[in-house]
Design a protein around this ligand. Structure first.
Ligand code: UDP
Length: 326
């Protein structure tokens, strides 16, 4: 298929591009390069440096390249930042997302794969979280993604838009040439490596008084390669699926302290830590049920084991101590 990937220079997006290209799809990437990296694409796809809210740019691309499907990964994603800057998150994730979909509809492009998030669930009422779980986000990040999901449901009913919406749990890990490089780095695994290697101060453990087995937050880390594989399966099956919201996680949770212990095992280094107050917007536990993704897509999180994830991320970190900066 001929696919436009928004946010294709980003962490998950660049792995999705690599997977699409590997399977023979033709890919174009729109990325503003605010968070994304040109080098993450390794020349795999044509990069258009632009904004998804630029309807003229998007319509032009959709028409010129006879695009058949869009994978929409561009977003503002740092959860705690969304608490103080909701305007940015609704602008980027809802308003610009809708501009993208409107351009698609105007150009007759009816297939959308959307990167949603486990943040749509908020503080869990039960775990593992399945797709029937109440949708009660506790951050404007989660709210903005949920609002977009809800708009897509209406667009499906009214305009026949086909959409597969993936609620990612914690994307993590690396492939040989593609890894995580956020600035500033707020994500747990690269932040742990920075602390372990002395590239930063001690790793701050945000919250030690949660009602969990060791007081720290529990997360479900899913390998970025498994996420990319889900996109590939969705692209192949979207005409059959038509409209679906699917959780993507490993179905097992690991606490922040357990993650640090695993990281020490993988790196052979001690991770200095510092107990800190809770980080606003963090639910205590996020663990997925991915039964529906298995059933509807035949998806398996086969690489989503914490040790495999950490080993791949560590390999990337050692090879790219400055991320994509040369
Ligand atoms: N975390 C932490 N210190 C950090 C970064 C993250 O304790 O420097 C914790 C965070 O509170 C959360 C987990 O690690 O419970 C995963 O955080 P991350 O930012 O990687 O992903 P999120 O769950 O926010 O999407």
């Amino acid at each position: 298929m001929r696919v436009l990937v928004t946010g294709g220079g980003g962490y998950v997006g660049s792995v999705v591009v690599a997977e699409f290209v590997r399977q023979g799809h033709e890919v174009w990437v729109v990325d503003s390069l605010v968070q994304g990296h040109r080098d993450a694409l390794c020349g795999r796809a044509e990069l258009i440096d632009g904004d998804i809210g630029d309807s003229q740019l998007i319509s032009g691309l959709l028409r010129r390249h006879s695009i058949e499907a869009v994978a929409h990964l561009a977003a503002a994603t740092v959860v705690h930042r969304s608490l103080s800057e909701p305007r940015l998150f609704f602008e980027e994730n809802l308003i610009k997302g809708l501009a993208l979909v409107h351009a698609m509809l105007d150009c007759g492009v009816q297939r959308l794969i959307f990167s949603s998030t486990a943040s749509v669930f908020g503080e869990p009422k039960y775990v593992p979280i399945d797709e029937s779980h109440p949708l009660l986000p506790i951050s404007s990040y989660g709210e903005s993604k949920l609002a977009f999901e809800r708009a897509l449901a209406h667009y499906h009913t009214a305009y026949g838009l086909r959409a597969v919406m993936f609620r990612y749990f914690n994307a993590a890990g690396a492939l040989s040439g593609i890894g995580e490089d956020h600035r500033p780095e707020t994500h747990a695994i690269p932040a742990i490596f920075k602390a372990a290697t002395g590239a930063s101060g001690p790793f701050p453990i945000y919250g030690t008084d949660y009602a969990t087995r060791d007081g720290t937050c529990i997360r479900d880390y899913v390998h970025v390669a498994d996420l990319a594989n889900a996109h590939l399966l969705a692209l192949e099956r979207i005409d059959h699926l038509r409209f679906a919201a699917l959780n993507l996680g490993s179905e097992s949770g690991i606490s922040v302290r357990e993650l640090i212990t695993e990281a020490e095992w993988v790196t052979g280094l001690r991770v200095p830590t510092m107990d800190m107050p809770r980080r606003p917007g963090d639910p205590s536990v996020l663990v997925a049920s991915s039964a529906l993704a298995k059933e509807r897509l035949g998806w398996n999180a086969s690489r989503s084991n914490p040790r495999v994830i950490l080993a791949s991320a560590w390999e990337w970190f050692q090879a790219h101590p400055n991320g994509y900066l040369k």
